[in-house]
Design a protein around this ligand. Structure first.
Ligand SMILES: Nc1ncnc2c1ncn2[C@@H]1O[C@H](COP(=O)(O)OP(=O)(O)OP(=O)(O)O)[C@@H](O)[C@H]1O
Ligand SMILES: [Mg+2]
Length: 372
């Protein structure tokens, strides 16, 4: 039998459980026998004498013999039944425990070898095992997700770099071949493409730094209303260019937050840049600071623009995620802005979320920060 054989040979869990149950049985049997042989008959004898019978009466001896025989027989039968039942139960239990542990350990070694999709079914052995299996499966899921993101990140970086580099190479070749001349419009294209590469490497460095926890925050007490107002002031020109109205909406009595002013401004600038970019002429973008019902501070950027379809909402904060890849890239975006916002907000112990009523319904991006 594999479980007992292996368990006993290797001193595994099954062997230990069996030995423990064996010890319990042996001590139970010893106690029962001691009672039956020593204590029981003496008690019986004493009661016979108290009942007024003579010590060496024939009837007393007979009754005592009958009592002893009956108790030995019933005790033996009961012990035999208990031994068989506990053997069956312990073999069953140890086999199940060992089998569940084996399936868990083989899944762990599969995950160790890179097969992150390995899941373990619930052994149905109570809440402790269920919890263990559930955390194991969660861990495997997280590893799989991390691996998937890593692979996609590399593919995305390669893809983002390929286009500007190919454009630059194409232009240089055309200039060498005399097809194009190095005039203002050519340098403009070359400059734009190098700017895109610079932008990309800067953003990648920023998001990697923020996500790795290596970011050093220069925290100070900051008034959230002031932050909202400064953001609006900084983006005023760009909003006007797009024909978008930009204003701040600050309620009184918003508690201060302990943040790195420049980093938080970077988050809001990113959100406002997105809002302006995705809001058509005549639209409105509002940056607001208020106290959330749970006492936290809520900074939000709300626009009346394109909105986001529900299926895209959960992915917006992933690196390189763009709803409309071609159009966003035309507008200069590489899809890292919101990943930076998320990493920076989380580095401050806050949360960020996106909401939208759907395409054409505008969007709201909200940063929640603990009050100082
Ligand atoms: N206010 C908004 N309204 C509608 N869609 C938005 C809004 N903000 C972001 N998005 C969508 O989310 C995507 C990701 O935004 P993100 O800021 O991460 O990237 P990006 O703006 O395209 O590029 P980057 O910020 O790196 O220059 C955008 O491409 C856009 O599709
Ligand atoms: Mg952006």
């Amino acid at each position: 039998m594999s479980v007992r054989g292996r368990g006993l040979a290797s001193g595994g869990l099954a062997a230990r459980l069996l030995v423990a149950i064996g010890l319990v049985m042996v001590s139970g049997i010893a106690t029962a026998w001691a009672v039956a042989v020593v204590v029981g008959p003496a008690l019986f004898h004493e009661h016979m004498i108290r009942a007024g019978l003579e010590d060496y009466d024939e009837a007393v001896l007979h009754a005592e013999e009958a009592f002893q025989a009956a108790s030995v027989l019933s005790l033996s039968l009961a012990l035999a039944a208990a031994v068989i039942a506990s053997l069956v139960v312990s073999v069953f239990l140890t086999r199940r425990v060992a089998a569940s542990l084996r399936s868990l350990s083989s899944a762990a070694s599969r995950v160790g070898n890179g097969a992150y999709g390995s899941h373990v079914p619930s052994p149905r052995m109570g809440s402790e095992f269920d919890e263990l299996v559930a955390s194991f499966n969660r861990m495997a899921d997280r590893l799989e997700e991390g691996e998937r993101l890593r692979a996609r990140l590399l593919a995305d970086v390669a893809h983002e770099v390929r286009t500007p580099v190919a454009t630059i190479a194409g232009y240089l070749e055309a200039i060498e071949d005399g097809v194009k001349v190095l005039d203002a419009s050519t340098t403009e294209v070359l400059r734009e493409q190098t700017a895109r590469l610079t932008h990309l490497s800067r953003d990648l460095a920023a998001v990697t730094q923020a996500e790795s926890g290596a970011l050093v925050l220069d925290r100070e007490r900051v008034d959230p209303g002031e932050l909202a107002m400064a953001t609006v002031q900084a983006a005023h020109g760009r909003a006007a260019e797009h024909g978008v109205t930009l204003r701040a909406d600050v309620t009184a009595g918003v508690p201060a937050v302990l943040v790195d002013r420049l980093r938080m401004a970077q988050v809001l600038d990113n959100l406002v840049a997105n809002a302006v970019r995705h809001t058509p002429t005549g639209g409105l973008v509002v940056v607001s600071a208020r106290r959330a019902p749970d006492g936290a501070v809520e900074l939000s950027v709300e626009d009346t623009g394109e909105g986001v379809a529900a299926e895209h909402l959960p992915h917006l904060f992933e690196r390189f995620y763009r709803v409309d890849t071609a159009r966003s890239r035309d507008r200069g975006g590489s899809g890292i802005g919101l990943a930076i916002c998320k990493a920076l907000t989380e580095a401050h112990g806050g949360r960020i979320r996106a909401a939208s009523g759907g395409p054409g319904q505008g969007s709201t991006f909200t940063v929640l920060l603990p009050a100082a």
